[in-house]
Design a protein around this ligand. Structure first.
Ligand SMILES: Nc1ncnc2c1ncn2[C@@H]1O[C@H](COP(=O)(O)OP(=O)(O)OP(=O)(O)O)[C@@H](O)[C@H]1O
Length: 788
C-alpha cells in the first residue's frame, strides 16, 4: 500500500502499523524533564488521523543535550520554551513563532513550577537541532518526501496524563489531524462517541479503525454553541476561561461561524450535547472574565475568608464551616455511648504509617515525600496510641460497674500493692462515665471505712484547683461494688501516663540489671519549675499537696509532669486535723526529697531521715545552684518564720524563664502541626464533596445527573487527579500530585488545567477556581430539598 507522505516527516519513518517493523531513527521531539531523574531513552508515537496511516518514530536518547545527559549526548539541541506559545494558542498546529515543524503541545500546568510536586513532569521540551535544520534547510526535499495534504497538523493524542517518566521506556504521543475533517466523518464520529456515553478507553489508541471513528480536539463539532455567539448569560466565555483550547481554528481566527453551522445536519447539533454546553456550566456566575470577582453570585463559598471576600467584593450567604453554624463542636459527642464491644486485642499497625526506606536529604523543595504533608510520625503514633489506650476495653472483665462509671480497665502494672503511701492498698482503673461518655481515672482504696462524712467533703475544695501541674480531682465516694468497703477518688484520665518511678527507676539493661543513669540537669529544673507552679496553685487554694512521691507524680507527655493522688490524704488522714501551715511546710520537704531521689537515682531517699549523704552526691553531677535549691527545700524554716513558694519561685526565676521559653517553642511547633492538619481536614471535606457528586447514580429522578452539565467536568477532574495513566496506560500514582491538585482546588487557584474525556476526544481547559465553583454548585444541589 503506498503510504501517504506527511509533509513534515521524512518518509523513511512512514510504516504501516499492521506490519510494524522496527522504527527507523528520526530526529524529532523529545520532551526532556529538567529533573535529572527522568533522563533516558525517549520515544514518541506519532499517529495520523488519516485513516490510512499511523506513524511511529523513535527518538534516540542521544538527542539530549550534553549538559543534561553528559554520558550519552553528542548532538546539539534547541530548547523550546512552551510557556511562550501556549497561552496564545492551544490549537494543535504548527507554531509560526518558532518556525518548527511540529509544536509539541504540553499543557501549561506541566510548565509551572507550582505544579512541580511531581518531579517527573517536564517543564520544557526539546527539538534536536538536526531536526530543525533538516526541516528548515530542505523544504523541497521535505515536500518531495512527505506527501501529506497541507491540512495535516500534529496534535496531542493524550493530554490527561503528564508526559511519561519511565526511565527506559517513556513515551508520549503526537498525532496529526487534518485541519478540516470531512463533516460526514466528524458527525458520525461524534455521534458515536456521544452515544457511547464517553466510555472509558484506557489503552493507547493504536487501532486505525478507532482513529477512523474518533474525533480530536480540532474538530469544530465540539465547539460550544455559546462560544460561537458570546452572550451575557454564557457562564464561561472563551476570554474568561482563557479557553483558546476550546476554540476551533475558525473562531480563533476571527470567524464566528464554525464549520457545522455552515452545513447544518439534522443528525448532530453540538449545542444539544449537555456536556459541552456551557449554559449549565456555571449556574450563577456571569463574570468569570473578572477572574472570580463574581464569587458572590454563587450559592455559597464555604472556603471563603471574610477579608478575601471583601477584597473580591463578595458576600457569602452561608458558610457551612462557620463555627456558628455548627450543630455540635464537641468531638466527644461522637463517643457518647460507647458500647462495650468484644474485640480481639490487635495492636494498631503503626508501622504502616511510618515512612520506610532511605531518606533523601538532598531533594529540592518541590520534591517532597508524601509524609511531609502530614504530621510527624512520632506525634501521630503517640496520639494514636493514646487514643487506642483511651478507648481500650476489657472483654469479659470481672470488674464491676461503679455507678455512674462503667467499662472499668485496670491501669495498675503490678499486682503487688503496698499500703506505704496512703495506709491502704490502692488500685487504679480507667472508667467511662455514663453521664457524659468521658474517661476518668478511678483510684480505689481497698478496705477503707468512712467514719466522718466531713472527710469526704474536703474533696470539694480540690475541684477549685485548676492547674496544669495537678491531675484534676473530680469526685470521691465510697462503694461496696468491689465486694468490700472501698473509697474511690475520681480524677482526670491521662492515657499512657507513667509514674516517675516507672519512668526513672525501672529501666534495666538486657541482663535485667537496673541502669542507673544520671537524669540531665535541665530535666530536673523542668520538674522543679512544674512542681513549684503546682504547689503555688495548691497553696493558693488553701490546701496542701501532702503526697509528693515519685509514685504519685505522673509523666503524661515528654517532660510534662502532674501531681497525682492529691486529696487522698486529706480524706484518709482527716481525723489527724493537722494545721494547714504545717502541711504546706512539709510539702517543701517532700518536694526536696523527690528531686533528690531522682537526682541520686535512689528511691530510699523518700523514707530516709539522714539526707546529707545523698546531698553530697549531687556535687559530682550537678551544679551548685541545683544543690542549693534542694538544700533550701529540705531545710525547715526556723520558727516562727515560714517558707513560701513565692520565695522559691524568685530563687529559680532564671529556670522558670527557660521553661517558659521552651514551652512557647513547643506550643509553636504544635500549632504549626495543627495548621497542617487543618489543611488536611479541608481536603477530606473536599473529597467528601467530590465523592458525593461523582458517579451519583441519580439525583431527583435525573439518571445522568452526575454525568451532565458541570458535573461532567468534575468527573473529568476526578480522572485528572486520581486516575492518571502514563503512555502505556499504567496508573500514575503520585500523592504529591493529588494533594497539590486538591489544595489548589480548595484555594480556588486561577491556574488552568487540561481535562480530557475518557475517550480522549474532548478537552476542557478550566481553572481550579472554576472547578471549585462547580463543586460548590453541585454540592448545593445535593443539599437542596427534593423537588418532588
Ligand atoms: N490519672 C491517671 N490517668 C492515667 N493513668 C494514671 C493516672 N493515675 C495513675 N495512673 C497510672 O496508673 C498506674 C498505677 O498508678 P499508681 O498511682 O497506683 O502507682 P503505683 O506505682 O501502682 O503506686 P502504688 O504502689 O502506691 O499503688 C501508673 O502506671 C500510673 O501511670
Amino acid at each position: 500500500m503506498p503510504l501517504p507522505q506527511p509533509r513534515n516527516f521524512d518518509n523513511s519513518i512512514l510504516q504501516p502499523l499492521d506490519t510494524m517493523p522496527a522504527p527507523a531513527f528520526c530526529p524529532g521531539f523529545c520532551p526532556v524533564p529538567q529533573n535529572p531523574l527522568s533522563r533516558g531513552l525517549f520515544s514518541e508515537e506519532v499517529q495520523f488521523l488519516d485513516p490510512q496511516v499511523q506513524l511511529r518514530t523513535q527518538i534516540h536518547q542521544e538527542t539530549a543535550p550534553p549538559a543534561l545527559f553528559p554520558r550519552t549526548s553528542s548532538l546539539p539541541v534547541a530548547i523550546l520554551q512552551y510557556e511562550k506559545v501556549y497561552p496564545q494558542q492551544y490549537q494543535p498546529e504548527m507554531s509560526n513563532e518558532t518556525s518548527l515543524p511540529f509544536q509539541h503541545q504540553i499543557p501549561q500546568h506541566f510548565l509551572l513550577d507550582t505544579h512541580a510536586a511531581d518531579p517527573n513532569l517536564p517543564r520544557e521540551a526539546m527539538l534536536t537541532m538536526a531536526a530543525i535544520s533538516w526541516h528548515q534547510e530542505h523544504p523541497e526535499e521535505r515536500n518531495k518526501r512527505t506527501g501529506l495534504p497541507p491540512n495535516i497538523r500534529p496534535s496531542l493524542l493524550k493530554t490527561r496524563f503528564p508526559p511519561p517518566m519511565d526511565l527506559k521506556t517513556g513515551t508520549t504521543s503526537l498525532r496529526l489531524v487534518p485541519e478540516d475533517i470531512p463533516d460526514q466523518l466528524a458527525r458520525g464520529s461524534l455521534q458515536q462517541s456521544h452515544n457511547k456515553g464517553m466510555i472509558r478507553e484506557n489503552r493507547p489508541q493504536t487501532n486505525i479503525n478507532r482513529l477512523k471513528k474518533s474525533l480530536n480536539v480540532d474538530s469544530p463539532s465540539f465547539t460550544p454553541s455559546t462560544l460561537a455567539v458570546p452572550s451575557k448569560t454564557s457562564s464561561i466565555s472563551s476570554q474568561a476561561a482563557n479557553a483558546a483550547p476550546f476554540t476551533p481554528r475558525s473562531l480563533a481566527s476571527g470567524a464566528t461561524t464554525p464549520a457545522p453551522q455552515s452545513e447544518p445536519q439534522p443528525t448532530f447539533n453540538p449545542a444539544q450535547i449537555r456536556e459541552f454546553t456551557p449554559q449549565n456550566y456555571e449556574l450563577s456566575d456571569t463574570a468569570l472574565a473578572t477572574d472570580g470577582a463574581s464569587d458572590g453570585q454563587s450559592a455559597y463559598d464555604p472556603f471563603s475568608m471574610t477579608g478575601v471576600n471583601q477584597a473580591l467584593g463578595t458576600a457569602t450567604p452561608y458558610n457551612p464551616y462557620d463555627e456558628s453554624n455548627n450543630i455540635s463542636s464537641n468531638g466527644a459527642g461522637y463517643f457518647q455511648t460507647p458500647t462495650p464491644f468484644i474485640t480481639t486485642n490487635q495492636p494498631l499497625q503503626y508501622h504502616l504509617y511510618a515512612p520506610i526506606g532511605p531518606h533523601r536529604e538532598d531533594i529540592l523543595a518541590y520534591q517532597r515525600h508524601a509524609h511531609d504533608f502530614f504530621m510527624p510520625e512520632t506525634l501521630r503514633e503517640e496520639l494514636q496510641k493514646k487514643a487506642e489506650a483511651t478507648f481500650q476495653v476489657m472483654p469479659n472483665s470481672q470488674l464491676p460497674t461503679v455507678d455512674p462509671y462503667h467499662s472499668l480497665v485496670a491501669l495498675d502494672t503490678s499486682h503487688r500493692k503496698s499500703a506505704a503511701v496512703f495506709g491502704y492498698p490502692s488500685w487504679i482503673y480507667k472508667a467511662t462515665s455514663i453521664k457524659n461518655g468521658h474517661m476518668y481515672c478511678l483510684r480505689r482504696l481497698e478496705g477503707y471505712r468512712l467514719t466522718n462524712e466531713r472527710a469526704i467533703r474536703s474533696v470539694k475544695d480540690w475541684r477549685r484547683v485548676n492547674c496544669g501541674g495537678v491531675v484534676s480531682v473530680v469526685d470521691a465516694f465510697t462503694t461496696r461494688a468491689f465486694g468490700d468497703s472501698s473509697l474511690v477518688f475520681v480524677t482526670n484520665y491521662h492515657p499512657l501516663s507513667k509514674t516517675l518511678v516507672e519512668h526513672h527507676f525501672t529501666s534495666t539493661n538486657r541482663f535485667g540489671n537496673r541502669i542507673s543513669q544520671a537524669v540531665p540537669e535541665p530535666v530536673l529544673w523542668s520538674y522543679i519549675v512544674q512542681i513549684s507552679s503546682a504547689i503555688k496553685s495548691v497553696h493558693a487554694a488553701n490546701l496542701a499537696v501532702r503526697c509528693i512521691d515519685p509514685s504519685k507524680v505522673i509523666l503524661t507527655e515528654k517532660g510534662r509532669i502532674r501531681l497525682n493522688a492529691c486529696s487522698v490524704l486529706d480524706v484518709v488522714q482527716f481525723d489527724a486535723q493537722r494545721p494547714l501551715a504545717e502541711l504546706q511546710q512539709e510539702d517543701f520537704i517532700h518536694f526536696g526529697k523527690l528531686i533528690l531521689s531522682i537526682a541520686t537515682n535512689n528511691l530510699s531517699v523518700m523514707a530516709s531521715h539522714n539526707l546529707m549523704g545523698f546531698v553530697d552526691q549531687l556535687s559530682r553531677t550537678y551544679t551548685g545552684e541545683l544543690r542549693d535549691t534542694i538544700i533550701w527545700l529540705l531545710t525547715p524554716a526556723q520558727a516562727p518564720a515560714t517558707k513560701s513558694v513565692v520565695e522559691l519561685l524568685i530563687g529559680i526565676s532564671n529556670h522558670i524563664v527557660d521553661a517558659f521559653d521552651s514551652s512557647l517553642h513547643a506550643n509553636d511547633t504544635l500549632y504549626s502541626e495543627l495548621a497542617r492538619e487543618v489543611e488536611n481536614g479541608r481536603i477530606v471535606r473536599l473529597l467528601m464533596k467530590l465523592g458525593s457528586i461523582n458517579e451519583r447514580p441519580d439525583y431527583d429522578g435525573e439518571l445522568n445527573w452526575s454525568e451532565n452539565g458541570e458535573r461532567y467536568v468534575l468527573k473529568l477532574f476526578r480522572d485528572y487527579v486520581f486516575h492518571q495513566v502514563n503512555a502505556e496506560g499504567r496508573p500514575v500514582v503520585d500523592m504529591g500530585h493529588i494533594l497539590a491538585c486538591l489544595n489548589k482546588l480548595d484555594a480556588g487557584s486561577q491556574e488552568k488545567i487540561t481535562l480530557t474525556s475518557r475517550d480522549e476526544q474532548t478537552v476542557f481547559v478550566v481553572s481550579y477556581n472554576e472547578v471549585k465553583k462547580q463543586v460548590n454548585s453541585a454540592w448545593a444541589d445535593l443539599q437542596k430539598p427534593s423537588r418532588r
